[in-house]
Design a protein around this ligand. Structure first.
Ligand code: ARG
Length: 462
């Protein structure tokens, strides 16, 4: 007869292909620790409430602890024929301690059990992702501190626009990543609500103390609707959204690094340990890591799409479709952790070619706005100043020169307001130094930005 726990109602064995199709042990086994922790808390509470004999509760807990340590030491391996991790642990427990093991599932269903396990697992993973994100932000800030006056071109439409500093550019990513961190924090807050006690869908007649179980498992709150408790996967979707946005930031950063490594830019060079060569072109040094991060962003977006689409048509409460949540969210979690932990040392070991950045900033009339602003500060309306500067730029292009090298006489021909102090006003360093507005690229402004962000980071509790 079938070994299935639910075999009682069935008159024949389930087809072995259906068995495999139905089974989730190959991917949910990774939650073993959280499944066992959840069961220990459940058994503790059942014993405290006298729903099961307190002595039996102790035996169950010892049995579960034994299973945990045997899995961890490699003594016990997962049975690939088990339906899922929950069934595996329960069957193993009953084999070890006999009838007491059969009492563990009192006032519980796999529906609330799996919801609990995923939450416990993802709470743990969210903290890990947050720690990595924080480390990445610190790495970015450390590099920024070394480049407060490294002038580089700032771009719009990938056209040189106005001069900035490398520190300022890097800090834009530190800001994005800090928002990611706060998003993870908010997500964790909403995730931190314990579903156990929802049972299959309609709660139970047993006098559970759900708050006690929540306390044992370090949850902030308990769910207040049993149907919602078992059928909610918002927390998977929300975490996957947070990860998707984080990956989008990593991907944009990666894209810039790819450009900066190219011969066309040569702003940075990646350490040999974080680049690869070509099998045919000896001169090549490829930024594969960043390309892979850009590529892996696509799969995380796919995971989010999977979760959203999987949930969109489900009636309340639990449906087996929801078993598909795990591979998607696990993949997203694994991917983002892998990407951040590879990105950090790659970033920390790259070399910055300050001279090339500066040379690029010196070209392309990047100081044209400052030239117009010079006239504005001398009393001209901005639009008039803008038009004059535009004409000057056209003149420079025609004469194959730059605003810095154009003789004052040429300036004066167009507008008498120009004086010899224009050269100082449009020098690259002045352009950057004077953008001291809060949020601007002047070294003093970026210093303030760094300080403020460091304060914010200290205030984010993880
Ligand atoms: N393996 C299942 C899942 O991941 C566990 C819950 C199964 N519940 C059920 N009633 N079949 O969703």
């Amino acid at each position: 007869m079938s070994k299935m726990m639910w075999a009682g109602r069935f008159s024949k064995e389930v087809d072995s292909k259906v068995n495999d199709f139905n089974s989730s042990i190959s991917f949910d086994a990774r939650m073993y620790k959280f499944d066992i922790m959840g069961s220990i808390a459940h058994a503790t509470m059942l014993g405290e409430q006298n729903i099961i004999d307190p002595e039996e509760s102790k035996v169950i807990i010892e049995g579960l602890k034994g299973i945990l340590s045997d899995i961890e030491s490699g003594k016990l391996s997962f049975d690939p024929n088990a339906e899922d991790i929950h069934m595996f642990v329960e069957a193993e427990l009953t084999e070890r301690i006999g009838d007491a093991g059969k009492r563990l599932h009192t006032a519980r269903s796999r529906n609330d059990q799996v919801a609990l396990d995923i939450k416990l697992y993802l709470k743990h993973e969210t903290v890990e992702i947050a720690a990595l994100t924080k480390e990445l932000i610190t790495t970015v800030i450390d590099i920024a501190k070394q480049h407060l006056d490294t002038v580089m071109p700032g771009y719009t439409h990938l056209q040189r626009a106005q001069p900035i500093t490398f520190a300022h550019h890097l800090m834009a990513y530190a800001q994005m990543l800090t928002r990611d961190l706060t998003r993870l924090h908010d997500c964790l807050y909403r995730m931190d609500v314990m579903p156990l006690g929802s049972c299959a869908l309609a709660g139970t007649t047993y006098p559970l103390n759900r708050k006690r179980t929540a306390e044992l498992l370090d949850f902030r709150e308990i769910t207040m609707n049993s149907l919602d408790g078992v059928s909610d996967r918002d927390f998977c979707i929300e975490l996957c959204s947070c990860i998707s946005i984080l990956m989008m930031h990593l991907s944009r950063f990666s894209e810039e690094i790819i450009m900066w490594c190219s011969w066309e830019f040569k702003f940075i060079e990646l350490d040999d340990a974080y680049s690869t060569g070509s099998s045919i072109m000896p001169q090549k040094k490829n930024p594969d890591i960043t390309e892979l991060i850009r590529g892996k962003t696509a799969r995380v977006y796919g995971d989010l799409q999977t979760l959203l689409t999987m949930m969109k048509g489900l009636p309340l409460a639990y449906n087996k479709d929801m078993q598909e949540d795990k591979e998607a969210i696990f993949d997203a979690v694994d991917t983002v952790k892998l990407c951040i932990s590879t990105f950090i040392p790659m970033l920390a070991t790259m070399t910055v070619n300050k001279q090339n950045m500066r040379t690029a900033a010196a070209k392309g009339f990047i100081n044209a706005t400052d030239c117009a602003d010079y006239l504005v500060k001398k009393g001209l309306p901005f639009r008039t100043a803008y038009k004059i500067t535009g004409t000057l730029v056209a003149l420079c292009i025609e004469k194959n020169t730059t605003l810095e090298d154009l003789p004052l006489s040429e300036y004066k021909k167009l507008c008498d307001t120009f004086d010899s102090d224009v050269y100082e006003a449009i020098s690259l360093d002045t352009c950057v130094m004077q953008r001291n507005v809060d949020g601007g690229p002047a070294p003093s402004a970026v210093k303030r930005q760094i300080e403020a962000l460091e304060n914010t980071l200290n205030g984010i509790a993880f």
